[in-house]
Design a binder for this molecule. Structure first.
Ligand SMILES: Cc1cc2nc3c(=O)[nH]c(=O)nc-3n(C[C@H](O)[C@H](O)[C@H](O)COP(=O)(O)O)c2cc1C
Length: 242
């Protein structure tokens, strides 16, 4: 087990980064079992536990599935990096954070098939698709990542499986009434976990009412802050009510 010592819960929450670069080391069954067991401890509405985990390792079907996913991830990153201008602005300077992240992402998708374990997190559907259907699934995903972190591994939540969903379902015999909520690659990180970069906490926590200033809260002293303007999406507004 490559764990770098015990990690407290609060430390794990503050340092569990999305890992996109992996060593080729396999994940032993005991560790993988513990990680998935921890995922299954996640909360769900009425304790319905609709999550199901399809684990892709190195069998022939898993290799094919990783190939489908690898192609889908490469196409998705090519589209995202182009449309979001990852090679423009500071991204044109090789030493910038943006350029380093882009290189890590390119490597991630180029070597996707070599990632030791890929978990498809699926959800049984009991009713038509609705806005909260991921709500009983994503806590389990975060448990999975935190358990992996505790045992010295790393991973990331990804949704780029949507670009190969039809052949992937067919290959893995995933029924139509099952929602594929996330793809989580897992392995021994090549880099390290470390402090997450997030917006200042007072941008995100309001007191008493919407945008009420929460004067009683501050970032932890070693927090890494992202710039307030980093949200690239425009806010959704339902124009049907105009
Ligand atoms: C719902 C969700 C979808 C995501 N989809 C992708 C994805 O398709 N591909 C990917 O490389 N990362 C994906 N991510 C990872 C995020 O980009 C990452 O968590 C975010 O940039 C913050 O990184 P950090 O946790 O290392 O700070 C996703 C994360 C979430 C929570």
């Amino acid at each position: 087990m490559p764990a770098d010592g015990e990690v407290g819960a609060l430390d794990a929450i503050a340092t569990t980064r999305s890992i996109h670069r992996y060593k080729s080391d396999p994940i032993p069954d005991d560790d993988l079992g513990r990680i998935l067991w921890s995922a299954t401890r996640g909360p769900s509405g009425s304790n319905s536990q609709p999550f199901r985990f399809v684990v892709l390792r190195d069998g022939p079907r898993a290799a094919k599935a990783k190939g489908l996913l690898g192609d889908a991830f490469r196409r998705s990153w090519a589209e995202k990096s182009g449309s979001e201008g990852w090679k423009k602005g500071s991204g044109a300077k090789p030493d910038s954070r943006k350029a380093r992240t882009a290189r890590a992402m390119q490597r991630f998708v180029d070597r996707f098939e070599e990632i030791p374990v890929v978990v498809l997190v699926c959800a049984l559907r009991y009713r038509p698709p609705h806005p909260y259907e991921g709500a009983s699934i994503y806590p389990a995903c975060q448990n999975l990542l935190l358990a992996a972190r505790a045992l010295g591994y790393g991973g990331t939540i990804a949704i780029w499986h949507v670009a190969c969903e039809t052949p992937l379902r067919e290959l893995l015999e995933i029924p139509e009434d099952v929602f594929i909520a996330a793809t989580i690659p897992l392995g021994v990180p090549e880099g390290r976990h470390g402090p997450l970069r997030r917006r200042p906490v007072r941008d995100l926590v309001y007191d008493d009412a919407w945008q009420g200033e929460a004067t009683w809260i501050s970032d932890e002293p070693d927090a890494r802050l992202s710039s307030p303007g980093s949200l690239s999406h425009t806010r959704y507004r339902d124009s049907s009510s105009d």
